[in-house]
Design a protein around this ligand. Structure first.
Ligand SMILES: Nc1ncnc2c1ncn2[C@@H]1O[C@H](COP(=O)(O)OP(=O)(O)OP(=O)(O)O)[C@@H](O)[C@H]1O
Ligand SMILES: [Mg+2]
Length: 254
């Protein structure tokens, strides 16, 4: 399955994406973890060694210019279908059956900019989603801007992480609207940092037509872990909830 974790800033996209990657990988299945947040930290949360040394693809100017056919710095002309199929294996880090690719931020241009860098990244993500056999889990940039670049367009599911706050719910509605506009049909919410039944109904009442498929409890351990920076291990209760998310998505796909 190919999934994008989205949502407002700080709601827990990276945390839940990494725990979900763990759930998928647990059964020995191959998972491609794709960090699409310019402020990348999925590698750290997944416990990849020397994650800070990973050079994001978007910063590989020489590679991008070469593959896009950009000559003498003239970015007005470039290929629309660059060779891309060797990139995932060449430029990913591996930990067990998880591969990590860090996309990084494109330096120039607005959200819809069709510069060589954006086109390259968009092609690469599309390749990962459409051509690779592994599960693909993308940790997206907060908000809706990435939808303008069409980076999540072909995925099976958009999972919007919400916390019990009006801002995060409003953001989820916007994201869901953008996702529908670009043709994604399966958009679901996961409630995070839930402290009570009240929190759960607060979210449920306000989501309108977006289905809340699961809720994840607030867990102080996550915050404590964030200070230590070592590998995040979820409680059994949270693992079970994420296992249920996996089963739900599998049913939806079949
Ligand atoms: N269920 C939870 N209980 C308690 N703390 C949590 C929970 N989920 C995430 N957190 C904490 O919330 C903070 C933000 O989480 P995270 O970085 O995953 O959010 P994000 O949506 O990826 O943020 P950004 O928009 O900056 O990428 C972190 O300190 C994380 O440990
Ligand atoms: Mg994040």
């Amino acid at each position: 399955m190919k999934i994008a974790f989205t949502g407002k800033g700080g709601v827990g996209k990276t945390t839940l994406a990494s725990l979900f990657i763990g759930v998928l990988a647990k059964d020995g299945q191959e998972v491609l973890a794709v960090d699409c947040d310019p402020d990348s930290n999925l590698g750290r949360v997944l416990g990849f060694k020397e994650h800070e040394k990973i050079i994001p693809i978007a910063r590989m100017d020489k590679l991008i210019n070469e593959r896009m056919g950009v000559e003498a710095g003239n970015k007005s002309f470039f290929k629309l279908n660059p060779k891309i199929d060797d990139i995932p294996d060449k430029f990913s880090q591996t930990k067990g059956n998880i591969k990590l690719i860090v996309m990084g931020a494109v330096k120039e241009g607005g959200s819809g900019c069709m510069c060589p860098e954006n086109t390259f990244i968009k092609n690469l993500i599309e390749h990962l989603i459409l051509q690779r056999d592994e599960h693909v889990v993308m940790d997206m940039e907060a908000g809706v801007e990435h939808f303008g670049r069409g980076t999540a367009q072909s995925c099976d599911f958009v999972l919007v992480v919400v916390e019990p706050s009006l801002n995060s719910i409003e953001s989820a509605k916007k994201i869901s609207g953008f996702a529908r506009d670009i043709g994604i049909k399966k958009i679901y919410c996961i409630g995070n940092k839930i402290r009570s039944q009240k929190d759960k109904s607060f979210i449920n009442k306000r989501l309108n037509n977006i289905k809340l498929i699961e809720t994840i409890d607030f867990d102080q351990h996550f915050l404590d872990w964030d200070k230590k920076k070592d590998f995040l291990i979820p409680s059994e209760r949270i693992s079970k909830r994420l296992e249920k998310v996996k089963q739900f998505l599998e049913r939806e796909l079949s």
